[in-house]
Design a protein around this ligand. Structure first.
Ligand code: VGL
Ligand code: ZN
Length: 202
């Protein structure tokens, strides 16, 4: 068992990010077994859930003439447009049925404001609106986090950068992550995480 100052943060292991889902990550369901094993090892265990209103501004369907995976400029910066995914209270937004949700201490929802996306578990995409996770972890005495889940190059990546920036000792355990890999986004994510002092475990 890991010490009480270490948390496992399981990012977005949801049906829509698994094969058959609306924004399927190749081999995404392969993270479930290693994540379940890791949930047994940590004293502090957080799951995140991407949780969008049906008219979320990150959906290409909200932008006439645009198609999924195009990038647009939002007031807070560039935003990839996605297929509709993880719509609140739909089956696609549900956590994967084999994920050991019973082992989690807390489930954090993000991306629930229509006008702004939230890749990171700590801040929305304006990099300033907090989700509350930092306070939760600090009040539980956590100063080290390990991140796993989906997708390596988006929500895991941005969560890891924010965790490191906030001063948490940050590790990404890659065998329990899978990537979307859009135009080199995985290589970019690896480089950015390393530059930020995130430990990438193979
Ligand atoms: C994610 C794209 C859109 C993720 C969430 O969990 O990585 N990616 N929403
Ligand atoms: Zn999303």
């Amino acid at each position: 068992m890991r010490p009480d100052n270490e948390a496992l943060i399981v990012i977005d292991v949801q049906n829509d990010f698994c094969p058959g889902g609306a924004l399927a990550v190749a081999d995404g369901a392969a993270v479930v077994a290693p994540v379940n094993d890791m949930l047994d090892d940590f004293a502090v265990r957080v799951l995140t859930q991407d949780w969008h209103p049906a008219a979320h501004s990150s959906f290409a369907s909200r932008h006439p003439g645009k198609t999924p995976f195009e990038v647009i400029e939002m007031p807070y910066g560039p935003q990839v447009l996605w297929p509709d995914h993880c719509v609140q209270a739909t089956g696609g937004a549900a956590l994967h049925p084999d994920l050991r949700v019973d082992r989690a201490d807390m489930i954090l929802r993000k991306g629930f404001r229509a006008a702004i996306d939230s890749y990171s578990a700590f801040f929305e995409n304006d990099h300033t609106t907090p989700t509350g996770l930092e306070g939760y972890l600090r009040s539980r005495g956590v100063d080290r986090v390990t991140l796993v889940g989906l997708a390596t190059d988006f929500c895991v990546h941005y969560s890891a950068l924010d965790a490191a920036r906030l001063g948490f000792g940050t590790t990404v355990h890659l065998p329990a992550c899978r990537a979307i890999d859009l135009d080199g986004s995985l290589d970019h994510a690896h480089a950015a995480m390393q530059a930020a002092g995130v430990v990438l475990r193979e």
